[in-house]
Design a protein around this ligand. Structure first.
Ligand SMILES: [Zn+2]
Length: 299
């Protein structure tokens, strides 16, 4: 479907093409700024709230013992998240745990500031912890071009590992390829007598990435294929992602406000379409690169 196809393609690909500033330059493009417009926070389902910007997502998961914040966006997203928390009556100091999907500037650029604001523990996969400590420098594809404030991870989570707070458990599913430690998070919520599986799907786009003979990331193709398989294996009722455009945030938020009884964020078909589109796009990219390599080798 269009929204699912365009979303990942858009992600990084366009911004890389339009990137004009030096490393650590704040929001150098119109595109980045367009992703970072304020939106009112709202409840997605039960204890899961949207507290992010117009496209750059941030999720609040509340518990009786403090709260979990998944994603902080750019450094420039932090004031927007803070304002959203205030609107929901949440004190920053009541955020106990910080999580992220991956160590790119648009999702992890605000972690350092948010950690200082909340005093929360930052938990991430081992490869992402290393990338966060480097402030995104030395990325296998972007090098040092999308650097952000380095931040220290307090606890490493392994594939299948869990994070529990106040009776709420999030499970980490390593879905590498977009970055070596990209992490999809899942949780279950009970609403209206029904259990729902919530998937915070990591990015699996590979914008401009070399998928064949990539010396900087030799296993990238194997990792991406395994990640697609892992995503397909996840039960999903509520489909969420680091970029709003990937799961139709704007339309779904509007429908939720106008017709809450339709539960637009419950979208298993949208999730399957996201997996299908991601796989088709990656296979096409890989096949084109493999064919080009073969043609070069024949010359
Ligand atoms: Zn990314």
């Amino acid at each position: 479907m269009c929204r699912n196809f365009l979303g990942p393609l858009f992600h990084l690909c366009v911004w890389f093409a339009t990137f004009v500033g030096p490393a650590v330059s704040a929001q150098p493009t119109e595109l980045w700024r367009s992703w970072n417009q304020p939106v009112a926070p709202f409840r997605i389902v039960e204890n899961v709230y949207y507290v992010g910007a117009s496209d750059i997502a941030a999720y609040l998961i509340t518990t009786p013992d403090g709260h979990i914040l998944l994603e902080t966006g750019f450094a420039e997203t932090v004031p927007l998240v803070r304002a959203s928390l205030r609107q929901l009556g949440i004190e920053p100091r009541d955020i106990r745990i910080l999580l992220t999907s991956h160590a790119h500037i648009d999702h992890a650029g605000g972690l350092k500031a948010m950690k200082a604001l909340t005093g929360a523990r930052l938990i991430a996969s081992a490869p992402e912890a290393a990338a966060l400590a480097r402030g995104g420098r030395g990325d296998f594809h972007y090098g040092d071009q999308l650097a952000f404030e380095p931040v220290t991870v307090d606890e490493i989570v392994a594939d299948g590992g869990t994070v529990t707070l106040g009776g709420v458990t999030l499970t980490a599913h390593l879905t590498p390829g977009h970055t070596p430690g990209s992490t999809t998070w899942t949780c279950r919520v009970r609403t209206g007598g029904r259990e729902l599986d919530v998937v915070f799907a990591a990015s699996v786009s590979a914008p401009g990435y070399q998928l064949v003979n990539n010396a900087a990331y030799p296993d990238i193709w194997r990792d991406l294929q395994a990640s697609i398989a892992a995503l397909r294996a996840l039960p999903c009722d509520v489909f969420l992602a680091p970029h709003g455009q990937v799961f139709g945030l704007t339309n779904k938020a509007r429908r939720l406000a106008e017709h809450p009884e339709t539960h637009p964020f419950i979208d298993p078909d949208g999730y399957r379409a996201f997996c299908d589109d991601a796989e088709a796009r990656l296979r096409k990219q890989h096949a084109e690169q493999a064919a080009a390599l073969e043609a070069r080798n024949k010359r």
